[in-house]
Design a protein around this ligand. Structure first.
Ligand code: CTP
Length: 397
């Protein structure tokens, strides 16, 4: 996502400067080019030699090159960059930025910057909470600077540690989201995704469920986020980690009925829907109030059909909206999938065949056939991440 992006990374004098090394490695791994500008105080914490080795570029810190006296042009850097990220950013640098005190190369670069600017504050809690710091942050935000919120303490219930620079992984995610929002192919779209299994309660301790891990639906959500869309994720019970993004809105549900309520409520405001959840087709007639006891020779459960969420959303669909479903089949796969495409009023259906090795539940790979009314295309076995990209690029082209 950051492929080819030119990032000016400003480093200031905070103990968190050591994290700038990890940050650089992550940015470069994502395909970005990084030019470091460091303040004199920053050099007390991390050496330019380390930074230039990581970025493969000389570090800029003085107004003049010490060797030959040539002028370092902050104006050129301002034109070169796609974004300027100051991480860690001290209270002092925030103050100088807010008030235009250009006494070092980093601030002059900031003042000449044509590209958007992000800051990741790093300081102790008292300094962060001080009215001067908060006022400076507010001034900078008013001028369009994006603030990467500092991390909170080890214990979420205490404020301890608030002010500590956000972890490099999160900073990179925020930067990716920043570019996705501005440039992503799907910016302005809102996509409903159902994902994971559903649990149908039998009694206070038991349920009928299925083996879905939620991995495919979450991979689809990540791809939509990477391309700048807002995502409404309606997620059944699963422990798969979710991406951090302000574009992501998660509604956690348990049963098919909860998922139906959430999905049909949210779809009206969406431009497209992807029904990836493995929804129970039947639910117990009643949920026992007490734990069902081991009594008698057999236990007979009476089940009633659940509502078909995809079909309901298909009926709501307007000509401006698109809908993609999944079909999990074990036999006669193509015939069944094509029938579901029609019956549920879908524009596309992604067929999984559980007979294919590496496809389906719990694994990180998938092998799918993408079917529309005009054509069908079988994709090779690949990671769910790659499958997600292929689906999104075809579905939302
Ligand atoms: N689906 C749904 N709500 C249900 C059942 C299924 O939204 N109650 C959606 C799934 O998310 C998927 C598509 O319908 O996108 C097909 O699901 P699948 O289980 O393959 O098909 P069913 O319609 O349940 O038919 P069957 O179980 O008979 O194959």
């Amino acid at each position: 996502m950051l492929k080819g992006k030119k990032i000016v990374l400003g480093i200031t004098g905070s103990i968190a400067a050591y994290k700038a090394c990890t940050l650089i490695r992550l940015l470069i791994k994502q395909g970005a080019e990084v030019q470091v500008v460091i303040t004199p105080a920053g050099k007390e914490f991390v050496t330019p030699i380390t930074l230039s080795a990581l970025t493969h570029k000389p570090v800029v810190s003085e107004f003049f090159n010490q060797r030959d006296g040539s002028w370092h042009s902050h104006v050129d850097l301002g034109l070169w960059a796609d974004a300027m990220l100051i991480a860690p950013c001290t209270a002092s640098t925030l103050g100088k930025m807010a008030h235009g005190i250009a006494d070092n190369m980093l601030i002059t670069t900031y003042l000449s910057m044509k590209a958007p600017v992000l800051v990741a504050p790093a300081m102790d809690l008292d300094m962060y909470a001080h009215v001067s710091t908060q006022e400076n942050l507010r001034l900078l935000q008013q001028r369009g600077v994006t603030v990467v919120e500092p991390g909170s303490g080890f214990l979420a219930s205490t404020l301890e540690g608030k002010g500590r620079m956000q972890e490099p992984e999160r900073i990179v995610e925020e930067l990716e989201e920043f570019f996705a929002r501005r440039e992503g192919r799907l910016r302005g779209q809102r996509i409903l995704i159902t994902a994971g299994p559903t649990y149908e309660k039998l009694d206070p301790v038991r349920f009928i469920g299925n083996y879905s891990s939620g991995k495919m639906g979450i991979a689809l959500a990540k791809e939509c986020l990477n391309q700048g869309a807002d995502v409404e994720l309606v997620l059944g019970p699963c422990s798969e980690p979710l991406p951090h993004s302000s574009l992501l809105h998660v509604t956690r549900v348990e049963s098919a009925s909860d998922m139906y309520q959430a999905a049909t409520r949210l779809f009206a405001d969406c431009t497209a829907g992807i029904m990836c959840a493995a929804v129970a087709d039947f639910t117990p007639d009643t949920c026992a109030e007490e734990k069902i006891k081991r009594e008698g020779d057999q236990l007979v459960l009476r089940l009633t059909p659940t509502q078909d969420i995809a079909a309901a959303v298909g009926r709501m669909k307007t000509s401006a909206q698109k809908l993609c479903g999944f079909a999990l089949e074990t036999h006669n796969a193509l015939v069944h999938a094509k029938e579901k495409l029609q019956r549920k009023n879908l524009d596309m259906i992604v067929m999984n065949n559980l007979q294919d090795a590496g496809a389906g539940f719990q694994v990180d790979t998938n092998k799918v056939t993408i079917i529309t009314s005009e054509q069908q295309e079988s994709l090779p076995l690949q990671s769910k991440k790659d499958v997600a990209r292929e689906i999104i690029n075809r579905f939302l082209s």
